[in-house]
Design a protein around this ligand. Structure first.
Ligand code: ZN
Length: 129
């Protein structure tokens, strides 16, 4: 039986290991939310975990592994993660809240998808006519 090899417990191996755990945990989060809502959902936490995990793995690649495959794999992956968060929050801001049941309805909806109440036009659109 092998004992734990302490040479693998260097600072950068711990950073890389934490990065890998965080990076993989995003799938658990995404799967949990999808099962809970019974539809495919990618929550913002998925993208935050992606950013943190990828940054730790990038640091591991640069300062310890020093292999271009690892560095290239994480050097640019943060771009779509950040972009997805920007789009998520813009989309969330554009949602219309139903005055009757308080459901958050898709942007530019004319009626509430839950109770059918007519949704007021956004203030900016009202000023145009
Ligand atoms: Zn409603």
């Amino acid at each position: 039986m092998n004992s734990l090899d302490l040479k693998h417990l260097s600072f950068w191996n711990i950073i890389g290991g934490i990065g890998q755990v965080i990076f993989l945990s995003r799938f658990v989060v995404q799967w949990y939310v999808t099962e809970k809502k019974k539809q495919v959902v990618v929550p913002p936490l998925f993208w935050y975990l992606s950013i943190v995990g990828a940054m730790l793995l990038l640091l591991f690649g640069i300062f310890y592994d020093k292999h271009w495959v690892v560095i290239a794999g994480y050097a640019f992956s943060w771009i779509p993660y950040v972009r997805n968060l920007v789009i998520h929050y813009r989309h969330k801001e554009a949602h219309l809240d139903c005055p009757n049941c308080k459901r958050s309805c898709a942007p530019e909806s004319k009626f509430c998808s839950e109770c059918g109440t007519r949704l007021a036009a956004p203030a900016a659109a009202e000023g145009k006519s």
